[in-house]
Structure formats: structure tokens, C-alpha cells
Ligand binder design. Structure first.
Ligand code: TPP
Ligand code: MG
Length: 904
């Protein structure tokens, strides 16, 4: 008799599957994993040839990427490391709870670090290398909201005193406090990189890793095995900045880069992907982008269960449960998990039949298991040829139990009641008695305790503490600097040039300088030809780690597109966000690498401040040095392009960045003075400032530098031209019969300065004698004015300080009229320190596709409008009559009924 035939198709299929799996197991045993891979590939090809259509997937099953068999031995003491982690957990929690007890609403986050503690502790104990005099360290971007945990560890290490922790988020307390998040500006010896604005850490870390290679390839730095670690949240991956540059990392084979994404499945409001699986989504994205992806989903307790999963039922179940449901398991009982997860199939239930509900509930996730985390980190550090992302599954608020573990409110949880504190204390074995617990005291064991001894020894092995911001770069001497810039004081002697051309020439000159030449880092987002920089392609080359693998189409021309391993230009392609991330890396290399690289990031000004403003802010926080150059600037100076290109407000945005010095120079010598002084201030004097200069593409003659203009150029204002004779002794011109002298002070910046100069001449024919002032920086004048005013307010009995603008204009006569290619708010900002009220002209409103002359007419900033505005101001002063102004308006061809550009 034959064996009983299978009852139905399903049973037959199961049998067939079993046979295939057995065969595969045999091949695995006899031929190893590589043989299996080849076999599967051949099978897939064969199937495709037979017309089998396989759905595309970049995913692997919902299990750990590294099988248990490949786990290295854990090199530390699990027990002591667990105790250390508990201590850090407690102090991090206590810090936030105390802060909010002391002052309602002071904020802070408990649950982010609670979920990430193991991810950090394994790093601190086994991986994060500190930098020292003779060795490089790792570059670590800590997730901003995890800051309490990082402070707490520094406290247990003995690096931060309890008083500092007491003043978490109370930085103005006597003795100082701790900033809410990583801010190098506020804690310059502790934090290296600001991360809390979501997405900035990830993108900056990618360009940081690439910049490390750039320094190595250019021979500015020895090749090292330093890693760039970026810790981020799964919710944070929604930011375009987080994922927007990941292909750069794989294209450049940045195996010095490791992303650790804490997949606690939650963001601020609730689940990141309630109806999906964020880990699988990210895996597909990163694998598709060419990264090495390591999933760390399940803890060691799951190993034996998975071993028993011969039919793949458990793996299948793991892969079909959505994140919202997984989150629910974290807040529910073991019985619930048994019913809803394991209950999906009788064989699954059977698999865990030997476990109690409590044991089921306690099955650890991968991101909370030091062995699994260590395994992934070690693999990441050793991986070559690709960046690695570790997707670690955790529970948000892990350990805080009823107070919020896994709950949707957990991100905002800042207070724990006495019972909740007790539960946490007991769970993590912190020796604090019931009588004290309500105060949530900090706890640090004795210096000689096994925990402190162990952690200090681990840090000693890893060369010191992290995070720590250490500036090692020697200041530059700047001896030959004045030679570099000398030629620009002479003027163009009749030839016409734009400030952009001038700057590019200056850049070429700087690149040739003995001291600073090799330190200059030109950065451009696919706009070099726009700015006439293509000559630099050939002169210094475009950086490419692999050199140039092709013959460029323009090889036979003088200025061919030269890519080279030691190339100096960072041609970033069309990414202002990426370019400014490079700018930050290069502008902070004085601290990160002890190298004074001087970045010059030149871009379309409209796509700067408003497009990547948050990164500019981060640059300031990071104490970045260098030059931002907004090219083709000026709402009316950039003709043709229109509304989305014509920038009339970047200077208003830059005004708000405290360490950014902004200039709108008109002439070559002004740029030379500003850049030369900038290099000296930043790289010789070590000031943590950076510069923003707008550059224009209008060609005109560059005058020679007037005697004594230097100081004024730097402070923001100097007299360019004295008045002619027109107004002297009240000679009456066309403007009217009054005998009194007609006087005016005309202020202008950037390309509009030339319109002001023209207006000076036009006004002569109206009998008005006007001085012309070049305003190089409205912002510096504004800052100086407020600084003086503030000082005077606070020192009522002392000799008052006089704002610089007042010093300049205080002794002058006549009406004051200011014009620029930017919004009127800029001149208005300095009005209060003028001896008399100022009339401001500017380019408020949307740009237009038009020619330069028409645009200046439309925005009312050309010479005729400046002339009319001056006459109108004189009328208000009672110096000329209305009819005279009316006549001038007609003569000048101004249509008084034209639409208001500010609102049209
Ligand atoms: C650009 C930006 N937008 C919004 C926020 C406010 N915010 C702070 S934390 C957070 C949720 C973070 O979730 P996730 O990235 O998953 O981190 P987790 O705390 O879960 O580890 C949000 C929206 C921010 N800090 N930055
Ligand atoms: Mg999260």
C-alpha cells in the first residue's frame, strides 16, 4: 500500500516547501552561505527566464541581519555595564524630573534617551574613540533629545558636577548650567555638533565623512580609521535633509560613516508608521541607495525561538505585524501579546507554550540587547566599501513603565510621581531609599566603585572622554595676506568688471598664496560657470576620490573639466543643503581636525539664506568660520530671471544670525578689505564668526580705494564722495528760489551705490549738493548702534557712546536718503541713529523677469527715483515747495500712479 496521499493542495504545497528548505539546508551545510547565495541567484535567473515575474523588493525578512552564529563574543562585563547603564538612566531621568519640579515647563526629554541607552552605552564602552594630541578620534553626532543621557554619563564619569546637572536647562544660573540640546556655541568644550533641529545631524554627518576623505586625499591629513557616527530618530527620517544625501555616502563609498537609527517606532505625536513598518521602509531605502544595512530587531531571548521556527511561521508573523500593533505590545500585558501576536497560528502558540506571560512580555528587543548592538557596531566598524546604517528596534520610554513606556504621550513626559520613580529605581537597582525618592536625587557611586572604575578604564582604553570639543589648530600667521589683496585697491583702471568677477579673481589669487593657498576650499553647487569660475577647474581641479575615470569632452580646451583625487574644489551638484554641510565641515575643521581650512561657498544668493537658513543657523552654533558668497544678488541687479531668483531679502535674514557678518559691497577694494580682515579675524585671532557677502553680475568700473576708507568699510559705512559745488552758499538752482543751501546725504549699498552716484550728479542740476556714502553693511551699523544704545542705557552717569553712523552723519547737513537692492527694512533699521529722519528706498516685493533698467524703475531704486526722493525729503523739510518736486517728477519721467512694487 502507498503512504496516505496528501489530503489537499495546501498540504502538498507545504510538503514541497519542506523539501526545498531541506535541500537548501543541505547546501548551506555542505557549501556554506556563499554557495547558497549563488544558488539562489541562479534559481532567480532561471525562474525569470521561464517567465516568472518576481515582485521587486529591497527588503530582507524582519529579523536581525547578522545571524546568531556570526555573533562575536562580547568583550566586556555584561553585569557591570548593565549597572553603569542603570546609573546613567537614573541620573538622566532625575535631571529632567528635577528641572521640571524646580520650574514648571522647563522641559526636557526622558523617553528618547530611555530608548537609546544601550545604543549609547555600547558605543561609550567599546567604540567611541576620543581624539588626542597624537591621534584622531571619532566624530559623533548625538541625537539632540538624548542629551540628558549624555550629560548623565559625563556626571557618572565625574566630568560634570551635580550642580551643573541641577541646572539642566537653566544656563543662566550662577555657575552656569547645561544647555537643553547639543550646542557648541553654548558649551564649546563639550558639544561638537548641534543636532536637535531634525535632519541637520544626518546631512552634516554625511558631508563630514566625505570631508574627512577630502582632507586625506589632498594630503592635509593622514588617513585614519576614525568613524563618523550619527545617531538619529526614526521619526527624524521624515525630514528631507535626513535622507536627501544618502546616495552621496554610498557613491563615495564612505565606509567611515555609521548611521544608528533608533527605531522606537514613535515620534512626538504617535507612531512613525502605525500602518507600516519603518524599519522595512528604511531598509529598502538605504539598501536601494547602496548602504550596508544592519537590522537589530530582536534580542538574544528570541534566538532560541527563531531556531525552532523551521517552517518560517515566526519570521512571517514578525514581518506582517504593523508598527502600531508592535507599539501596542509594548504597553500591553504578556497575555495580550500571547493572544494577539503568538495566537495567529497554533504552532506559534505552541512555540511559546513553555513561557509565562511575564516572560513573554520581557522578551527583549535588539536595541536593548548589548550583545546584539555590539555585534552590529563591530560589523559596521569593520565593513569596507560602503556606509552602514544600523536600524535598531527599541521601545520609547523604555523602563519608565506606567509613566509612559511605549505610550503616545511619552515624548512629552517630564514628570514622574513618587510611585513611578520608585518603580524605576527598583527596576534598575538604584540604591536610593524610599524616604529620598520623591526628591529624585542624583546618584554617583564612589570613585573606587567597580562601576566608576570600569567605565573610566574603558574610556582610558578609548583614549579619553566623549563628547569633548577640542580646538587644536594653530592660528595662521597671515604674513603674506596683505600682498594677496593689494592689487584690488588699485581699481580696474577703466575696465569694467562685476564684483563676482573680482571675487573669483581674488579666489584664484588666494589659491596661489603660500600660506593659505592649500587651505582654501571653494564650494559650489553646480553654479561655477554662472560665476565665471570655470578657470579654477583646471587651476586646482574638482575633488573626486576616484580621480577622473573618463576623458572629459572638453579635454582639448584650456579650461577643461578636470576631476582629480587631489582636486580642491568641492563641486557639490545641485544641493545647497549639501554644500552648506560641506561648508560647515570645512569651516569647523580647525576644531574637528586641527586644520584651518577656509571655505568659500559661492551660490545663487536667493537659494541661500531662505532655502538653507536652518543650516546657516547651525553653522553659527557650530562656530563655523568661512565665507558665504551670495552670487547674482540684488533684486534688480539680476535681470531677466524673475521672482524666484531675484534676491532682495537675504540680507534681512542674515541680520538675525548673531555671528554672521553681512556685507553688500559695491567695489573691488571693499571686498578685498572685508575678506582680508575676515581671514585675519577668524584664522589668526581665532574668532568664531563667519561672513556673508553678496556679489553681483553688473559690470562697471571699479574705482581705486579712497584714502582712509578701510575702517569705514569694515564698520559698514564711509564717505565715498564729497558734495560738488551746487548747494554752496545757497546758489539757487532749478529747485527753487530759496537762498538757503540745499544739502543731502545719499547712502547706497552694492550695485545701487552707482545709482546713488548718478543721483548725486542729477541733484546738482536741482541745486542740491549731496555727499555720497557707501554702506557696506547695514547690519553692522545696526548692531553697533544697538550696542552703543544699550551701553548708554546701562551707564547713565558716564560719557555716552556715540553709534558709528551718528559719528559719521552727525555733523552733516541736509536730508538723508538711503537706497539698496534689498528691502527697505535694512536702511530703516539704522534710522534711529541718524541726526535727521531717513528716507528709505528698497526692493520690497516680488521680482519680475525684466531688464535691469526697467527693474530699477519698477522698484523705484534708480537714480531718478533717488533724485525725486531727495527732493521730496527737502520739501518735507520746507526747503523746496511741492510744485518744484512735482515738476521734477514730471521731468524725470516718473509716473506717480504706477503700481506699488511692494504689493504687486
Ligand atoms: C526640524 C524639527 N522639527 C520638529 C522638531 C520637534 N521635535 C522634537 S523631537 C520630535 C520627535 C522625534 O522623533 P524621533 O526622531 O523618532 O526621535 P525619538 O525621540 O523617538 O528617538 C519632534 C517632532 C525638531 N526638533 N526639529
Ligand atoms: Mg522615534
Amino acid at each position: 500500500m502507498r503512504n496516505a496521499a496528501p489530503k489537499d493542495a495546501a498540504e502538498l504545497e507545504a510538503l514541497e516547501t519542506r523539501e526545498w528548505l531541506d535541500s537548501l539546508d543541505y547546501v548551506l551545510e555542505s557549501g556554506g552561505p556563499a554557495r547558497v547565495t549563488r544558488l539562489l541567484r541562479d534559481l532567480a535567473t532561471h525562474a525569470r527566464q521561464q517567465g516568472v515575474k518576481q515582485p521587486f523588493t529591497a527588503n530582507t525578512p524582519y529579523i536581525n541581519s547578522i545571524p546568531t552564529a556570526e555573533q562575536p563574543p562580547f568583550p566586556g562585563s555584561r553585569e557591570i555595564e548593565r549597572r553603569i547603564k542603570s546609573l546613567v538612566r537614573w541620573n538622566a531621568l532625575a535631571m529632567v524630573v528635577k528641572a521640571n519640579k524646580a520650574e514648571e515647563g522647563i522641559g526636557g526629554h526622558i523617553s528618547t534617551y530611555a530608548s537609546a541607552a544601550t545604543l549609547y552605552e555600547v558605543g561609550f564602552n567599546h567604540f567611541f574613540k576620543a581624539k588626542g594630541d597624537d591621534h584622531d578620534g571619532d566624530i559623533i553626532y548625538f541625537q539632540g533629545h538624548a542629551a540628558p543621557g549624555i550629560y548623565a554619563r559625563a556626571f557618572v564619569e565625574g566630568r560634570l558636577p551635580a550642580e551643573k546637572l541641577e541646572n539642566f536647562r537653566r544656563e543662566l544660573k550662577p555657575g552656569g548650567g547645561l544647555s537643553s540640546y547639543p550646542h557648541p556655541w553654548l558649551m564649546p568644550e563639550f558639544w561638537e555638533f548641534p543636532t536637535v533641529s531634525m535632519g541637520l545631524g544626518p546631512i552634516c554627518s554625511i558631508y563630514q565623512a566625505r570631508f574627512m576623505r577630502y582632507l586625506e586625499d589632498r594630503g592635509l591629513k593622514k588617513r585614519s580609521d576614525s568613524k563618523v557616527w550619527a545617531f538619529l530618530g526614526d521619526g527624524e527620517t521624515d525630514e528631507p535633509e535626513t535622507l536627501g544625501a544618502i546616495t552621496l555616502a554610498s557613491r563615495e563609498k564612505l565606509d567611515n560613516l555609521i548611521f544608528v537609527i533608533n527605531c522606537n517606532l514613535q515620534r512626538l505625536d504617535g507612531p512613525v508608521r502605525g500602518n507600516g513598518q519603518i524599519i522595512q521602509e528604511l531598509e529598502a531605502l538605504f539598501r536601494g541607495a547602496g548602504w550596508n544595512v544592519l537590522k537589530v530587531i530582536w534580542g538574544s531571548e528570541w534566538d532560541t525561538l527563531l531556531e525552532k521556527d523551521h517552517e518560517g511561521l515566526l519570521v512571517k508573523r514578525m514581518g506582517e505585524v504593523v508598527d502600531g500593533e508592535y507599539q501596542k505590545y509594548a504597553v500591553e500585558t504578556g497575555a495580550y501579546v500571547r493572544q494577539h501576536f503568538w495566537g495567529a497560528h497554533p504552532k506559534l502558540l505552541e512555540m511559546v507554550g513553555h513561557l509565562s506571560d511575564e516572560q513573554l512580555k520581557k522578551l527583549t528587543l535588539g536595541g536593548h540587547d548589548p550583545v546584539k548592538v555590539y555585534t552590529a557596531y563591530k560589523a559596521a566598524v569593520e565593513h569596507t566599501g560602503q556606509p552602514t546604517v544600523i536600524l535598531a528596534r527599541t521601545i520609547k520610554g523604555y523602563g519608565i513603565g506606567e509613566a509612559g513606556e511605549g505610550k503616545n504621550i511619552t515624548h512629552q513626559q517630564k514628570k514622574l510621581n513618587e510611585d513611578e520613580l520608585k518603580a524605576f529605581r527598583t527596576r534598575f537597582g538604584i540604591p536610593i531609599g524610599d524616604d529620598e525618592i520623591a526628591k529624585a536625587p542624583f546618584y554617583r557611586p564612589a570613585e573606587s566603585s567597580p562601576e566608576v572604575t570600569y567605565m573610566l578604564e574603558r574610556r582610558r582604553q578609548l583614549k579619553g572622554f566623549v563628547p569633548a570639543r577640542i580646538v587644536q589648530a594653530e592660528p595662521l600667521k597671515c604674513d603674506s595676506l596683505s600682498e594677496v589683496f593689494a592689487e584690488f585697491a588699485k581699481g580696474s583702471e577703466g575696465r569694467k568688471a562685476s564684483t563676482t568677477m573680482v571675487f573669483v579673481r581674488m579666489l584664484a589669487r588666494m589659491l596661489k598664496d603660500k600660506e593659505i593657498g592649500e587651505l582654501v576650499v571653494p564650494i559650489v553647487p553646480d553654479e561655477a560657470r554662472t560665476f565665471g569660475m570655470e578657470a579654477l577647474f583646471r587651476q586646482v581641479g574638482i575633488y573626486s576620490h576616484v580621480g577622473q575615470l573618463y576623458e572629459p569632452v572638453d579635454m582639448d580646451t584650456l579650461l577643461y573639466y578636470k576631476e582629480a583625487k587631489e582636486g580642491q574644489i568641492l563641486e557639490e551638484g545641485i544641493t545647497e543643503a549639501g554644500s552648506i554641510s560641506s561648508f560647515i565641515a570645512a569651516g569647523t575643521a580647525y576644531a574637528t581636525h586641527g586644520i584651518n581650512t577656509i571655505p568659500f561657498f559661492i551660490y545663487y544668493s536667493m537659494f541661500g539664506m531662505q532655502r538653507v537658513g536652518d543650516l546657516v543657523w547651525a553653522a553659527a552654533d557650530t562656530r563655523t568660520r568661512g565665507f558665504l558668497l551670495g552670487g547674482t544678488a540684488g533684486r534688480t541687479t539680476l535681470s531677466g530671471e524673475g521672482l524666484q531668483h531675484q534676491d532682495g531679502h537675504s540680507h534681512l535674514l542674515s541680520l538675525a544670525v548673531p555671528t554672521l557678518l553681512s556685507y553688500d559691497p559695491a567695489y573691488a577694494y571693499e571686498i578685498a578689505v572685508i575678506v582680508e580682515e575676515g581671514i585675519r579675524r577668524m584664522y589668526k585671532n581665532g574668532e568664531s564668526v563667519f561672513y556673508y557677502l553678496t556679489l553681483m553680475n553688473e559690470n562697471y568700473e571699479m574705482p581705486a580705494m579712497p584714502e582712509g576708507a578701510r575702517e569705514g568699510i569694515l564698520k559698514g559705512l564711509y564717505r565715498l564722495r564729497q558734495a560738488g559745488k551746487a548747494g554752496e552758499a545757497g546758489k539757487s538752482g532749478k529747485a527753487g528760489a530759496k537762498k538757503e543751501a540745499l544739502r543731502a546725504q545719499l547712502l547706497g549699498s552694492g550695485a545701487i551705490l552707482n545709482e546713488v552716484v548718478k543721483a548725486q550728479q542729477m541733484l546738482e542740476s536741482y541745486g542740491v549738493a549731496a555727499d555720497v556714502w557707501s554702506v557696506t553693511s547695514w547690519q553692522e551699523l545696526y548692531r553697533d548702534g544697538h550696542a552703543a544704545e544699550r551701553w548708554n542705557r546701562l551707564h547713565p552717569t558716564e560719557q555716552p557712546r556715540v553709534p558709528y553712523v551718528t559719528q559719521c552723519l552727525g555733523g552733516t547737513d541736509g536730508v538723508i536718503v538711503a537706497a539698496s537692492d534689498y528691502v527697505k527694512a535694512l536702511p530703516d533699521a539704522i534710522d534711529r541713529w541718524m541726526p535727521r529722519r531717513l528716507t528709505s528706498l528698497g526692493t520690497d516685493g516680488f521680482g519680475r523677469s525684466e531688464g535691469r533698467a526697467s527693474l530699477r524703475d519698477f522698484f523705484e531704486v534708480d537714480a531718478k527715483f533717488i533724485t525725486a526722493a531727495t527732493l521730496s525729503a527737502l520739501q518735507q523739510d520746507g526747503k523746496v515747495d511741492g510744485a518744484t518736486v512735482q515738476k521734477a517728477i514730471e521731468d524725470l519721467g516718473i509716473n506717480p500712479e504706477k503700481s506699488n512694487p511692494a504689493v504687486s
